[in-house]
Ligand binder design. Structure first.
Ligand SMILES: O=C1O[C@H](COP(=O)(O)O)[C@@H](O)[C@H](O)[C@H]1O
Length: 252
């Protein structure tokens, strides 16, 4: 799918803690803006280090000022394990974030953990089609794929985002909303993931990347116009904002 390059902002901070403070304010500000504009805020979470970096959202002043009743939560990717398994992105988000704020349970959309990877991907896509039909989730006028307000992404040292890995065909999917992988190079192997057409239909995307082990991939994605890493394909309809600490930005 042909897409114009997104408007991109690169924010660099001294420490991971500075990133966490700025990420909380950015998310709270977007929450206010979208709720004012459209009465709801649809947020997509990753797993990994992101959830810990979101920690200040669950503290004053954001915990009290954000209208959590208008939030809906989805998962960018999920490991196909029981929702209470230590590897589950849902469990990670529940323990670190969702259990500390008051988002209504009916607006939290985890995967069906009773299915195979293929079945879980089909199920998650069907759930989204139903939400579109019920006008809870809009489609992008530009692409025809679901349009989320905000996606919060992390990146692996190999440049993967979601569960879209280098040298794996899922990154080339152009039609499905949700796909699956049974041999993820990062454990656990069975996962489901949004595809790039869905990711890039988002209004806003934050790439939240901290730590020296990410510096080489950051350099490639942001410094090499021909980068072939999956993270280089992230290009939302609205604004792409990179949140980097000094270590992750050290090779730029
Ligand atoms: O496996 C995953 O990895 C990525 C990156 O994680 P991080 O620990 O390097 O931040 C994450 O964004 C994704 O959701 C997760 O399933």
């Amino acid at each position: 799918m042909a897409s114009e390059k997104a408007k991109k902002t690169i924010l660099k901070f001294d420490t991971e803690d500075d990133v966490a403070v700025a990420l909380a304010k950015y998310t709270a500000d977007l929450s206010q803006r979208f709720i004012q504009e459209k009465g709801s805020f649809n947020v997509v979470l990753s797993g990994g280090t992101l959830i810990d970096t979101m920690r200040y959202l669950t503290q004053a002043p954001h915990k009290e000022s954000v209208d959590w009743s208008k939030w809906s939560i989805f998962w960018l990717d999920e490991r196909v394990v029981p929702l209470d398994h230590k590897d589950s992105n849902y469990k990670l988000a529940y323990d670190g974030f969702l259990s500390k704020v008051s988002i209504p349970g009916g607006q939290i959309f985890p995967i069906n953990d009773k299915k195979s990877p293929e079945g879980a991907a089909e199920d998650y896509e069907a759930l989204h089609r139903d939400l579109v039909e019920r006008k809870i989730l809009p489609l992008s006028d530009a692409t025809g794929f679901p349009k989320f307000d905000l996606m919060l992404l992390g990146m692996g040292p190999d440049g993967h985002v979601a569960s879209l890995f280098p040298n794996h065909p899922q990154r080339n999917e152009e039609e499905r909303w949700v796909t699956f992988i049974t041999n993820s190079p990062k454990p656990p192997p069975p996962r489901i993931t949004y595809t790039f057409p869905v990711i890039n239909s988002s209004s806003e995307i934050a790439m939240v990347v901290t730590g020296a082990e990410l510096a080489t991939a950051v350099k490639d994605v942001l410094g090499n116009p021909n980068s072939n890493l999956p993270a280089a394909e992230v290009s939302p309809q609205g604004l792409l904002t990179w949140f980097l600490d000094k270590d992750a930005a050290s090779k730029l």
